[in-house]
Design a protein around this ligand. Structure first.
Ligand code: ATP
Ligand code: MG
Length: 726
């Protein structure tokens, strides 16, 4: 078979059921294979005109255009969307190239290396894909983490061994009792023997209870600590991630990951491991006892074990897939609830309650169906295994009974043998059933470690230095950038902003204005070119320090659930009340705050929903101003306030702007009247630069935007510079 030049993974089949599929792009054709490697679609390369990625809610699909019409080649959920987006440029390359070699060396030079096996973008710098060997890496990560608990684990191990050994004793003691009773010895001897044996049995049960208690306490302490540390590491890892990590994922799923997945691991670490080892040990020890009591009969019992093992192994991938799809649908339900509650106003405004209920019911019943199918499998397995065991026990009573009759075995031995046999099948049954549970644990661990081990995309240079006093000189040198590889947003931006300059940035919606700011804040790194602050590359400055020197008011204002004062002081919690009030005055927020019943102590509610849009914006401005940063960025910061308030904010801001480099993005052109220079961005390119008059006289994009604004408002929105100066 031809070598695959590129492989992409999908997880939905045409009936929208979960199934692992892959598309192979070879030199002469495109192949779609199912999980078992069977070919389900084949298109010769020359028939493919182009391949498009169509993104839909919660996933997407790849469609190939052929002479006979469009053909859907792969469908996938959100999980695979990112890798498909990133691989799109290579897919296009595959379509457009007439001949190519499968030279892997070129691939290695790619910025985003993709795994040859699964086609995903490799997250780690290492040459192995985290996901392809994830089962083993997950287990090894779990083991590595357990090392910190080795002392407690050793204690636990000893207790488990003792518990198992102790649990083996009762059947043997009962054998002595039975053999004692049925032996033809004098009454006196038997009753003292009986007393001793019963006492011993009671002692063993007491010891068992004690061991169980110690085992429980140790398990809880290990599990609790493990849970705390996992949650901490996960949250820290999330905080460390760069923006792209969040862009590509449904963020609400992490709430579930932090809560449920860590809980599953906790249960495994505290009870699961103990159970697993004790069951394994029990099985081994009991097997030893069975051999000791009667090795011939034991050999006979072992015959069906290999087929049973094989059966479980075959079932394993199926169960794994079932767990995965159950998890996905539960995440879907969770995301839906989160989204519906956050968007409750829109839902009500559009009277979409019933549609949302329907959408939820569908997702919910999908989840329930998947849960039921897993439980059904479980319900099927349990009686089958029990029946299997019971039949064996019946067989043993028959074979053993005959042996007793023939004098080859005592009644006590037979009773002990049958008890041990039931005990032996207990762990076997448990281990067979735990396949599904172990899958759940591995799935949870995988999802946790995926977050913990994903390196942050935007990193500082090793020799990154602290910043001394920032002057605020900004330079973009031929900067190019796209959020996704196949779509460029900014092209060849060359820009110099002098310290203390005020820049007005304008352009049509979607031109890339906010993106330009995101790069300056280093939420993303440019794909091309570089950005310098005071002559230093941004990557040579520690991100934390860089951001401390940039005060930003974003287009979407976000407030934390706390008081107004806490929100204003977010960047500097030590700020004095005086400074907070001063910042609020600058942002023209002081008056409205004072009118609130609780003033600065007013709780703003989740995301600040108890405040109006304009009030939120002014608090966000105060928050940025309080930082007293050398660089101030306002992205549509006054879009939600009325013209009068805006004028008041501007007046106050005049004082703030002094001695700072300021970038103001605005659609309302009057906001920019004080700008030293206006920059016009269109289609990701800086197309015009100059003063209001210069740009107006040029009659270009700026002229067009201005006229459009005038047309819309029916009045002159621009206050000429001369008038401002007056
Ligand atoms: N996180 C993201 N992931 C992918 N694409 C994005 C992301 N953010 C923005 N874009 C895309 O980048 C382009 C530029 O967006 P940007 O937010 O910079 O525009 P803008 O000029 O600020 O527009 P507006 O005036 O409407 O705020 C848009 O086409 C948008 O679809
Ligand atoms: Mg924007």
């Amino acid at each position: 078979m031809e070598e695959a030049w590129l492989t992409l993974q999908g997880d939905l089949n045409r009936n929208m059921q979960f199934e692992q599929l892959q598309v192979l792009f070879t030199a002469s054709k495109l192949l779609v294979l199912d999980r078992e490697g069977r070919q389900i679609l084949h298109i010769p390369k020359q028939n493919v005109e182009n391949i498009r990625l169509i993104e839909a809610l919660g996933g997407g699909y790849l469609v190939a255009s052929t002479a006979k019409g469009p053909v859907e080649i792969l469908r996938f959920t959100e999980m695979h969307l990112d890798s498909c987006r990133k691989a799109l440029s290579r897919v296009e390359q595959w379509v457009s190239k007439d001949s190519f070699t499968t030279d892997k060396r070129n691939d290695l030079k790619d910025r985003n290396k993709t795994c040859a096996h699964c086609g995903r973008v490799m997250r780690s710098a290492k040459d192995s894909c985290m996901r392809c060997n994830r089962k083993w890496s997950t287990v090894s990560h779990l083991l590595q983490r357990s090392r910190a608990y080795s002392a407690s684990m050793i204690v636990m191990g000893i207790i488990v061994i003792l518990t198992v050994l102790v649990s083996l004793a009762p059947p043997y003691i009962i054998k002595w009792i039975i053999d004692g009773i049925s032996a033809p010895v004098g009454m006196g001897g038997v009753s003292s023997h009986l007393l001793w044996m019963s006492g011993l049995l009671a002692g063993i049960y007491i010891l068992q209870a004690l061991l169980q208690m110690i085992e429980g306490y140790t398990a809880i302490s290990i599990g609790g600590r493990f849970l705390g540390e996992l949650r901490r590491d996960m949250f820290h890892a999330l905080m460390k991630q760069s923006m792209r990590f969040f862009d590509n994922r449904q963020v609400s799923q992490y709430i579930g990951r932090i809560n449920q997945d860590t809980d599953t691991i906790k249960d495994f670490m505290s009870q699961g491991i103990v159970h697993l080892t004790s069951q394994l040990l029990s099985a081994l020890f009991i097997l030893g006892m069975l051999f000791y009591l009667d090795w011939r009969m034991t050999l006979m019992i072992l015959i069906p074990l290999p087929p049973l093992g094989l059966f479980v192994m075959r079932l394993w991938p199926k169960v794994r897939e079932m767990w995965y799809s159950q998890w996905q649908s539960s995440i879907h339900v969770q995301n839906m609830v989160g989204e519906a509650l956050q968007g409750i106003r829109i839902i009500k405004a559009f009277s979409k309650e019933n549609d949302e209920k329907e959408r939820f019911d569908k997702a919910n019943s999908r989840f329930v169906n998947r849960m039921i199918s897993i439980q059904n499998l479980w319900m099927f397995m349990t009686p089958v295994l029990t029946l299997f065991i019971s039949l064996f026990v019946a067989l043993i009573w028959f074979a053993g009974g005959r042996k007793v009759l023939e004098g080859g075995m005592t009644v006590g031995t037979l009773s002990a043998y049958a008890t041990y046999l039931i005990m032996f099948f207990g762990p076997v049954k448990w281990l067979a059933q735990s396949a599904s549970w172990i899958n759940e644990v591995l799935g949870s661990a995988e999802r946790i470690f995926e977050v913990i081990h994903t390196p942050a995309e935007v990193t500082d240079d090793e020799e990154a230095q602290p910043l001394s006093k920032v002057r605020g000189e900004i330079r973009y040198n031929h900067v190019g950038f796209g959020y996704a590889q196949d779509r460029r947003i900014l092209h060849g931006i060359d820009l110099h902003i002098a310290p203390g300059e005020m820049i007005g940035l304008i352009g049509p919606s979607g031109a890339g204005k906010s993106t330009l700011i995101h790069l300056l804040c280093r939420f993303y790194d440019p794909d091309e070119g570089e950005i310098l602050l005071d002559g230093r590359r941004l990557s040579s400055i520690r991100q934390e320090e860089l951001r401390k020197n940039i005060g930003v008011v974003f287009q979407e204002t976000f407030l934390f659930d706390g008081t107004i004062a806490q929100n204003i002081a977010y960047g500097n919690p030590e700020a004095e009340a005086q400074d907070i009030i001063q910042a609020a005055m600058t942002a023209n927020a002081h008056d409205f705050i004072c009118r609130l019943p609780h003033g600065y102590e007013t709780k703003v509610g989740e995301r600040g929903h108890r405040l109006s849009g304009g009030e939120r914006q002014r608090i966000a401005i105060a928050r940025a101003v309080l930082l007293d940063p050398p660089i101030l960025i306002l992205d549509e910061a006054t879009s939600s306030v009325d013209v009068e308030t805006e004028a008041a904010i501007q007046e106050a801001m005049d004082k703030v702007i002094q001695g700072r480099t300021t970038i103001v993005i605005a659609h309302r052109l009057s906001t920019l009247q004080r700008a030293d220079r206006l920059l016009v961005l269109e289609g990701g390119r800086l197309v015009e630069s100059g003063s209001h008059e210069e740009l107006l006289n040029r009659g270009g994009v700026y002229h067009r935007l201005l006229h459009a604004a005038q047309g819309a408002s029916g009045r002159e929105v621009w206050i000429p510079m001369q008038e401002v100066a007056r």
